[in-house]
Design a protein around this ligand. Sequence first.
Ligand code: GRF
Length: 202
Amino acid sequence: MADKARLAILISGTGTNMAALLYAARAADCPFELALVASNNPDAAGLKLAEAEGVPVFAQSHRGMTREDHDQLMHEALVLSGAHFVALAGYMRILTPGFVSKWQGRMVNIHPSLLPKYKGLHTHQRALDAGDNHGGCSVHLVTPELDDGPVLGQTQVAILPGDTADTLAARVLIAEHQLYSRCIARLVRGETTGSAEVSIGG
Ligand code: GRF
């Protein structure tokens, strides 16, 4: 099999999407392998899992740094790891345009709504408040505008009677874990650039 693409993942917290990508990458036919898990939060739970699973980790708190300087340090860690692609997985930082441009077309994010609906935070509550019958998740290429890049894939998740933001979030997370590795696999294989491939169901 051809060399695998090297994927770095940026996290700030729990890192369940990171874990899903890590275990997806264990399949022999997965076209990517993990080069690095990096975080702006040295206490991020996901770092401990990545380390235990033998994935190189890097942590650099953003506190007391300019956004530009912090992004530059993260960029250097990504380059050092030999990453070809970057996946944001609950990375709670607004990225500088300079950082985004260095990875444009090779950096993806997962967002817990059916974009273009509900960019930003509190997506599940907003879907419930709007009376939607479906929430969902989207994987998109990262552009300088928040949650705005070309969508690579989406999964719809039914909203059930009595759902709260928490119960809906938990179900959407299951869909996220399936969708993210599928979309990244297609991207690294060159099967999608996100221009015209919005497909409900990933
Ligand atoms: C996910 O809902 C993801 O869509 C959003 O942040 C959350 C991260 O969760 N961007 P986890 O850290 O991957 O568990």
